[in-house]
Design a protein around this ligand. Sequence first.
Ligand code: AMP
Length: 193
Amino acid sequence: MRLVLLGPPGAGKGTQASRIVERYYVPKLSTGDMLRAEVAAKSALGMQVEGILARGELVQDSILIEMIAGRIALDDCVNGFILDGFPRTLPQAEGLNTLLNDRLMKLDVVVSLDVDEAALLARIENRAKESGAAVRADDNAESLKKRLDIYQKQTAPLIAYYKNKGILKSVDGMASMDDVSASIYSILDALKH
Ligand code: AMP
């Protein structure tokens, strides 16, 4: 099973991806986690992208495509994977296509978490108030607004792109976490004949 979880920042992609990992035993490939690990390790790549992450901007496509190419080539991806946070631009989607074609693989489904952006902002403002401090450098209302803006411009076009390919499934991302999971499971269960 090879799938992409698509949705704006703050929509709960990470949580849903982790649940999918436990239920379907496919690894989660989160480009955000990978990049944060590079930053934490102070690697050359980490130093290069640290500011970009802190500002909530997108890291360049070629870096992401190379990172995912290396990750997909590992043994644990032979039976599938879930992509969380990638692709985020049309060139990344095209890059992914090429990578998969080269390996005679294809995506089974792209699950889009549809959300109300105003409600998302309210959600993250509450989260900031409750925790008293931002957990992530890029996790505050101002940064979320910027990331939502970038999402609209750069990532939202992927919805039409995958719809055209006939592999897009939309889920109401504003439902409760459990209801969102249930909707995703029914989509994924239907894939397994
Ligand atoms: P995330 O945890 O998915 O929200 O990613 C955190 C940050 O990592 C993003 O705000 C970007 O700066 C960077 N990032 C993660 N995935 C990508 C991607 N596919 N393309 C460009 N930048 C990315």
